[in-house]
Design a protein around this ligand. Structure first.
Ligand code: FAD
Length: 416
């Protein structure tokens, strides 16, 4: 008989689990509280710019092998677009200095030995100084493992780790930073090509997954928020969606809970989860990028940290953006546009814009919060956890989300 699995939450982790299990011929039922799949990784039409925008600019790297395998499994790997080799243009808007970090396309970090491809004014010894991150224990702070000053820090390590951890790097988890460094900088240019869903996050990473699930006969239920579990005999016995809407779970059926940390903690009392979160600020400007503008530019010395060029749109990202949450929107838009003009070499009045401030974009990637991440297995035999906040060994990223979904799906498969 076909086995049944209920997946709660249609973010990337829930979708990854659902796709894997549907491909393994499970009868999948996906339950999503909102009217749209994608969670923190989604697109929508924005009236202010008259464009379809993403809630946030999402960068993947070619070494994100689970995320790429997920895209391949839903037929959209080609929608993740990037340069042939791992090149990252940077600009310091305080001095106007521009440089290209060129990691090449090798499987080894050979770029480190070529002065012309390193960050300007840095030497091999500076990079060797990062090695303590690679073997740092989970309880160590980045600031205790490496020097958080100097040219290499300001021009590469700080922007990279801030984007990856979403906290000011010195207070971040050296264990998580080390995982990022191992899987990117140390894995050579071939693992570092920047990839962007140019046609939008939903078009590339979300809608094709939902379509695949429907084609395979899965039930995809939007506006279907789980209110609680009914446990019996050490298992989930029923899912309660409010009122009379209850679904009985047969003894061989499984449940994957792929909701964010806060709802997970209230759905499963006693579950240990991260409790502190950080914001990410994105702004989108309706503006045709100059033809030669790189798809992504690292920006040093301003409010803006990364500048993205999309068709008809310039867009920026600021990590750990909690300090900007209460800044008046118009004032923030003006300040960001000034940075965009300097970084992108463009001029003009403030074009139509939108600012998206995701307050709880990621859990705070500090050692203290990292220690609160649970694994995928719960105290209930047929209930598994997924989500970027579970113990994936990575900061909150798409790669971590897909890994968690894959892991939960594998545990369901192992129940056979
Ligand atoms: C602005 C921003 C920028 C980012 N940039 C990057 C980046 O550049 N690169 C990168 O790799 N990652 C980035 N991330 C992180 C990435 O988006 C997340 O790690 C990932 O999307 C999390 O997926 P998830 O499935 O774990 O959780 P979520 O996306 O939060 O999905 C959980 C889903 O569960 C649903 N849900 C909640 N409660 C219930 C309930 N009771 N019943 C049913 N459904 C429920 C929610 O509605 C949601 O759809 C960024 C995140 C943000 C917000």
């Amino acid at each position: 008989m076909q086995k049944t699995v209920h997946i709660i939450g249609a973010g990337i982790s829930g979708l990854a689990a659902a796709v894997r299990l549907a491909n393994a011929h499970y009868k999948v039922h996906l339950h999503e509280a909102t009217q749209q799949a994608g969670g923190r990784c989604r697109s929508y039409f924005d009236a202010a710019t008259n464009l379809t925008i993403d809630n946030g600019n999402h960068l993947l790297l070619s070494g994100n092998r689970h995320a790429l395998a997920y895209a391949r499994s839903i037929g959209t790997e080609a929608g993740l677009i990037g340069p042939k080799t791992a090149q990252f243009p940077f600009v310091d808007i305080t001095t106007g200095q521009r440089w290209l970090l060129d990691l090449g396309d090798s499987r080894l970090p050979t770029w480190l030995f070529d002065e012309g491809r390193r960050v300007p004014d840095t030497g091999l010894r500076d990079y060797l100084g990062l090695m303590p991150l690679v073997w740092a224990g989970q309880g160590t702070l980045v600031g205790d493992a490496i020097r958080c000053d100097g040219t290499l820090y300001q021009r590469l390590v700080q922007p990279l780790l801030l984007a990856a951890l979403n906290v000011d790097p010195p207070i971040g988890s050296a264990g998580l930073a080390g995982a990022v460094v191992r899987e990117t900088l140390l894995a050579g240019g071939q693992a570092c090509r920047p990839l962007i869903a140019r046609d939008g996050l939903s078009a590339v990473l979300v809608e094709p997954a939902v379509q695949l699930l429907r084609d395979k006969g899965a039930g995809v239920n939007f506006g279907h928020e789980l209110h609680g579990f009914e446990m019996s005999g050490g298992r989930v016995g029923a899912l309660k969606f409010g009122g009379d809407d209850t679904i009985a779970i047969e003894p061989d059926d499984a449940v994957v809970m792929a909701v964010p940390a806060r709802p997970a903690a209230s759905l499963l009392p006693g579950l240990k989860t991260p409790t502190k979160f950080r914001a990410i600020v994105n702004a989108h400007f309706r503006f045709d990028p100059p033809r030669d503008m790189p798809a992504i530019t690292g920006v040093i010395g301003g409010l803006v940290e990364w500048l993205f060029a999309f068709p008809q749109r310039l867009s920026i990202t600021i990590s750990s953006g909690d300090r900007l949450i209460d800044m008046p929107r118009e004032e923030l838009a003006q300040a960001l546009w000034r940075d965009v003009c300097k970084a992108g070499g463009v001029t003009g009045e403030l074009p139509p814009w939108q600012i998206v401030r995701e307050r709880r974009a990621t859990f705070e990637a500090t050692p203290e919060q990292n220690a609160l991440r649970p694994g995928a297995i719960t105290g209930f035999k047929n209930l598994f956890l997924a989500g970027d906040w579970t113990d994936t060994g990575l900061p909150a990223t798409i790669e971590g989300s897909v890994r968690s979904g894959d892991r939960a799906a594998d545990l369901v498969l192992a129940m056979r």
